[in-house]
Design a protein around this ligand. Structure first.
Ligand SMILES: [Zn+2]
Ligand SMILES: [Zn+2]
Length: 416
């Protein structure tokens, strides 16, 4: 037997209903905030991710699915989508379009991570990018939109973590004091931290090793080093969130793994998955477009939601909430009735009802199946019904049965 590749999985009913619900809700929220969809290719030149995601990140050094194409060029399955969106933005000169470019995407990403609960090598992200403004109100609007999206999905009990990671002017000063502090304590930290203290000290703050946490807590805070512009920007973001009544926690250690983030950075966490509780992360990346070859300064901010984890949280929280609904099970009695019922089913389906047409079976078996399928009603079609033009309709919840004409039936379904 051939099985799905390790780290990948099939999304089956009824779970696929929850995925559809999340995606439909996301599209609705994106529309409300004037975001439009962008679909970029699943694979890109490897160079794009090396430059866009950062050479020193775990994603690029350990986790990418990279392969040589037949002509020798190096291609990579996208490990995330921001670099691709910015690539498309530059390639199609989208900065010439009026207003901001507000783009959303949803689809599979690929990283060769160690498989564990809630992590897959083919995983799904829903994300968005607002490109063309460095205004603080846009940052707050993005956080507000994500908050709205999770709320409309029915997720509760999540927390918003917020930070500013400074800019090209003030972050180097912070890095200097961070390096100076690390010089004294790095030897007491884990191997990764010792290495990062030299190569990328910001990422020391990301370390999850429990023994390192007291040391990390005592390191200098970025918030004490922000320049005037970054400080004012961060204050405005917080003001707008306060105005909206959106609660958040300021977390100075929230630096995010990717090199191109600056100023606002945020994360939404949820308790349903224990320690692996980040549902989404995002932030501002004002220098990324230039890093990918843009001659136009194109500041942007974006986020991506781990859809796998969001669906898992929703399923834990309300397992029955997104069940697929079958309005009607049609049970024909006999070959002639089946033929008649097929026409009836077509009519009701065309009107938008979800109808299952059963084969010719004994009534008792048909009722059992209708029950197992969770049909809300069962419609019985026999010789008698065809002759009189009145069908027997049974409410599967209450057990009540009524006689109904074809016209009334068409007016009854679909129900809300
Ligand atoms: Zn700054
Ligand atoms: Zn460490």
């Amino acid at each position: 037997m051939i099985r799905a590749v390790k780290g990948t999985r099939d999304i089956l009913p009824p779970s696929s209903s929850v995925w559809n619900f999340v995606e439909a809700t996301a599209r609705e929220v994106f529309r409300a905030y004037n975001y439009q969809e962008i679909r970029t290719p699943i694979f890109e030149e490897t160079q794009l991710f090396a430059r866009g995601v950062g050479e020193d990140t775990d994603i690029v050094t350990k986790e990418m699915y990279t392969f040589d194409d037949r002509d020798g060029s190096s291609l990579t399955l996208r490990p995330e989508n921001t670099a691709s969106v910015i690539r498309a933005y530059i390639e199609h000169s989208l900065h010439q379009q009026p207003g901001l470019q507000k783009l959303y995407y949803m689809g599979p990403m690929f990283r060769r991570e160690r498989p564990q609960k809630g992590r897959f090598r083919q995983f799904y992200q829903i994300g968005a990018e607002a490109i063309g403004s460095d205004a603080a109100f846009i940052d707050a609007e993005v956080v507000e939109m994500v908050h709205e999206l999770l709320t409309r999905c029915g997720l509760s009990g999540f927390e918003v973590l917020l930070n500013s990671v400074g800019c090209a002017e003030c972050r180097p000063r912070f890095l200097e004091s961070l390096k100076a502090a690390l010089a004294g304590v790095a030897a007491r930290m884990c191997q990764d931290c010792q290495r990062r203290a030299g190569t990328n000290p910001l990422r020391v703050l990301d370390c999850k090793i429990p023994e390192d946490q007291p040391v990390i807590e005592a390191l200098p805070s970025i918030l004490d080093h922000l320049c005037g512009t970054c400080s004012a920007h961060f204050a405005t973001v917080r003001q707008y969130l306060d105005d909206r009544g959106i609660a958040y926690q300021v977390k100075p250690r929230l630096v995010r793994g990717l090199d191109y983030y600056m100023r606002t950075t945020f994360e939404f966490v949820h308790g349903a998955l224990g320690a692996q509780n980040s549902v989404l992360g995002g932030g501002r990346y004002d220098g990324l477009a230039e890093q990918l070859g843009s001659r136009v300064h194109s500041p942007g901010i974006g986020f991506s939601i781990g859809e796998d984890r969001l669906v898992m949280s929703l399923e834990q929280q309300a397992p029955e909430a997104h069940r697929h609904v079958l309005d009607l099970y049609i049970a024909p009695m006999g070959a002639e009735a089946l033929r008649h019922a097929a026409g009836l089913a077509h009519e009701l389906r065309r009107k938008g009802a979800a109808a299952e047409l059963g084969g010719d079976a004994k009534l008792k078996r048909a009722m059992e199946l209708a029950n197992k399928l969770g049909a809300r009603y069962t419609l019985m079609v026999g010789e008698n019904e065809i002759n009189t033009g009145l069908y027997a309709l049974k409410n599967m919840t209450t057990g009540e049965q009524e006689q109904i004409s074809r016209t009334d039936l068409a007016g009854r379904f679909p129900q809300n």
